[in-house]
Design a binder for this molecule. Structure first.
Ligand SMILES: Nc1ncnc2c1ncn2[C@@H]1O[C@H](COP(=O)(O)OP(=O)(O)OP(=O)(O)O)[C@@H](O)[C@H]1O
Ligand SMILES: [Mg+2]
Length: 123
């Protein structure tokens, strides 16, 4: 695919940093990359999976809004400002893609990036 490597890098970096921040101590963050064949062509799929507390179902869309953070008091110490996922979401959408999150069976969150392989975005 052809895209803006700086924007894609920042999106990935934010998502992986979240996974490392929120996964339970001693657990592993996993990444998976695959390619799915769609009618419109190939779609790149990146999954970032952790073993943290996950996100309450009713807030799973809200975490993509700017400055949205779960449980402010508990997480103040972790120092984020709550913009990482909002920036990532915009970067992925600029590449005609989608960003989604889901709770995993067995605990933790999976954040999934999907980008069609043939998009062309100005550098
Ligand atoms: N992997 C995750 N597991 C559990 N909660 C998460 C995870 N990723 C994000 N969140 C929740 O979503 C909120 C928003 O995430 P986002 O990356 O936008 O902000 P942040 O990490 O708090 O700060 P910033 O990215 O700006 O440094 C987080 O504060 C956290 O509550
Ligand atoms: Mg973040």
């Amino acid at each position: 695919m052809s895209g803006n490597s700086e924007l894609l890098y920042r999106a990935m970096e934010n998502i992986v940093r979240n996974a490392i921040t929120y996964t339970r101590e001693g657990t592993t963050v996993e990444l998976a990359l695959s390619c799915e064949q769609k009618e419109s062509g190939c779609e790149a799929v990146v999954q970032v999976m952790d073993r943290g507390t996950g996100v309450p179902e009713d807030q799973i869309k809200a975490i993509f809004q700017p400055f949205y953070r779960l449980d402010y008091a508990r997480q103040r110490a972790t120092g984020g400002s709550g913009v990482g996922l909002a920036i990532a979401d915009r970067a992925i959408r600029l590449h005609a893609g989608q960003l989604n999150a889901a709770n995993r069976p067995g605990g933790g969150l999976v954040v999934e990036i999907r980008i069609p392989c043939k998009v062309v975005v100005p550098r």
